[in-house]
Ligand binder design. Structure first.
Ligand code: AMP
Length: 320
């Protein structure tokens, strides 16, 4: 039996299913989690289906999370979407259930759980959730809201079809569009930023450092971020910006944390950067990875390593 068929069997067998996703969620994390919940609720009205983790005001248009007591996990099936490694799972009770399933599209660095369905090359976990419906021989049913949130997840993780996009992704989008939801409203929600965010975007584009090699970097200290008064919006919207500059090949944004370490967000047009991320305790996709830097010294090390990596790669749009 394929792993997808085994997952469908588990879903059939359990009355209570709790769905988790990663911390610091993005639209694909929320979309795959909520999309699966909507599908399961539509397909099995008598099962108890929950989504858990922290609420994110900026993603409230996709889903709001539920609070459940620990005892709900007894005899429950737990499914984690879009999360490569167990330490990143939001709501640490993910292992209190009877069985654990991982559905993800990141490299399978940590195959946690009893069953894993991981397609590392897929453009999003939301598209995998749609595939699960197709593979279920009519057992799993989509509704318009599931289609809406899965589409939001796909738009999010493909960078609005700029990055990891392929014919399979567009086929899934085409299928989702057969459901009655407001596509333009999703596109506008994905494209909107606050005035404060617009000002920080201007700051990043004006102040980003660009090395001769084509490496761009920006250090966002707490002081800088606080001065823009972003509220709870986070800074995810600035991450793609340096990549729009035509001389930039790879870029990295360092975000200072409360403990003065730095969240490291690496992106690249062609040169593979997840090995570098792994060398600094992180990981991720070949062209979109993350890590953590202890201090300014490690920040400088990462900039140097990236500079060396880009210099030794073939110039232009070729091989690494
Ligand atoms: P981010 O820059 O946080 O949006 O992350 C980009 C990609 O890198 C995502 O696919 C994450 O799963 C992955 N990633 C980010 N931070 C880490 C980390 N500390 N460890 C492993 N993977 C990470």
């Amino acid at each position: 039996m394929t792993v997808q068929a085994q997952i469908i069997e588990k879903i059939k067998a359990y009355d209570t299913i709790i769905i988790h996703r990663h911390q610091r969620p993005d639209p694909d994390a929320f979309g795959s989690q909520m999309g699966l919940a909507e599908i399961l609720r539509t397909s099995f009205p008598h099962k108890k289906i929950y989504i858990v983790g922290k609420n994110v005001p900026g993603l409230a248009w996709i889903a709001s999370m539920e609070e459940i007591p620990d005892d709900v996990y007894q005899n429950a099936l737990v499914i984690v979407t879009d999360t490569a490694n167990a330490p990143r799972i939001d709501d640490r009770r993910f292992d209190l259930g009877k069985e654990l399933i991982k559905i993800d599209h990141h490299p399978n660095d940590e195959p946690y759980g009893d069953l894993q369905w991981v397609i590392a090359g897929a453009s999003s976990t939301s598209s995998l959730i749609y595939k699960l419906v197709e593979l279920s021989n009519g057992l799993l049913k989509l509704n318009a809201n599931a289609a809406r949130v899965l589409y939001a997840g796909i738009v999010g993780d493909t960078g609005r079809f700029l990055y990891s996009v392929d014919s399979e992704t567009m086929r899934v989008v085409s299928e989702l569009f057969k459901y009655d939801f407001d596509v333009i409203a999703v596109n506008q929600a994905m494209d909107s930023i606050s005035e404060a965010a617009a000002k920080l975007s201007g700051y990043v584009l004006e102040n980003v450092n660009i090395l001769d090699s084509g490496v761009a970097y920006m250090i966002l200290t707490n002081e800088i971020v606080t001065s823009f008064d972003l509220g709870d919006a986070g800074t995810a919207f600035v991450i793609p910006l340096p990549g729009r500059i035509n001389t930039v090949k790879t870029w990295v944004i360092f975000e200072e944390q409360d403990d003065h370490s730095y969240r490291v967000r690496l992106r690249s047009k062609q040169i593979i950067i997840n090995g570098l991320a792994r060398n600094h305790g992180g990981g991720g996709h070949p062209l979109a990875s993350g890590a953590r830097a202890r201090d300014k010294d490690e920040v400088n090390d990462i900039i140097d390593e990236l500079d060396r990596l880009v210099r030794k790669s073939t110039y232009g749009y070729g091989k690494e």
